[in-house]
Write a protein that binds this ligand. Sequence first.
Ligand code: NAP
Length: 301
Amino acid sequence: MKILITGVRGQLGCELVRILHDGQSEIGSIPDAYNHAEVVGTDVADLDITDAQAVDAFIKNGSFDLVINCAAMTNVDACEDHEDAAYQVNALGPRNLAQACQETGAKLVHVSTDYVFDGTTPKERIEDDTPDPRSAYGRTKLAGEQLVQKACKQSFIVRTAWLYGYVGKNFVKTMIRLAKEHGAIKVVDDQRGNPTSANDLAYEILQLAATDQYGIYHCTNKGICSWYDFACAIVDGAKIPCTKTPCTSGDLNRAAQRPAYSALRNKHLEDTIGDSMRPWQDALAMYLQRYNDQARDTPQA
Ligand SMILES: NC(=O)c1ccc[n+]([C@@H]2O[C@H](COP(=O)([O-])OP(=O)(O)OC[C@H]3O[C@@H](n4cnc5c(N)ncnc54)[C@H](OP(=O)(O)O)[C@@H]3O)[C@@H](O)[C@H]2O)c1
């Protein structure tokens, strides 16, 4: 099997490479279909997914069986300030990949977000619920989903949330750094969602991609909390003494509006291949244990 991972230097891309190399993730072994898979990883410097011609040529010349798109503009406030640029990466880039996959017959996994929902009511969203994004990030990611589905029959859309991996920037690392540097953290307590380990997500993506049960899937670790609850679990789990102060979204002057309640339920996974995602507290505990080793060890595609 030959696999292309775009956005390979990001959090999820690195975990996919890691578990394809090791044959197993923190929550289980990956299917035998991936034994001896040839993995090609690209990031913006090698293959800019917004360049339709380059994407077309790369995928056609590469004879890939599976393409996993982890490339995205993920800075939510930067997307708000530069929606055209975000649309290029989050909508047209996936469309370019989808068109090439449709022509070559490669399967495509495209990763999306909980921010496609408005998050105005305290209800876990399932795949059949109607998206209504309130930010440029959410709008451009939703456009990407729609363009992928239109262009490529053999596609999986996998929506996830509040992602953290061993490589790259994320909320967990930021909280650890702030707590160590300042002995204090102040975190919003009025946005709730599902913290999700990139290693767990990578495992579930590979389970799914070994099937032909195409469609939209939600995939997050189990359980719901606020960013403040998550931050407390991080600094307590890392045993960093610090003062913890909850605040509201209104206290922060941020460009983009975030959903107040963006929790997802992995209903389609439950109904098809099964939902192996563990509670977020268990995933975080293992992450904190392994963090120092894994962060030094950047996997290579
Ligand atoms: N992070 C989260 O909390 C979160 C939550 C929900 C959903 N998601 C989704 O999950 C997926 C993976 O997220 P992640 O956290 O792993 O993202 P990430 O760490 O930001 O990685 C994205 C990678 O894509 C690269 N990239 C940007 N523009 C590109 C282009 N035009 N062509 C090729 N590569 C490009 C980035 O390079 P640069 O760094 O140089 O820009 C980066 O290496 C994304 O689809 C994201 O929308 C993430």
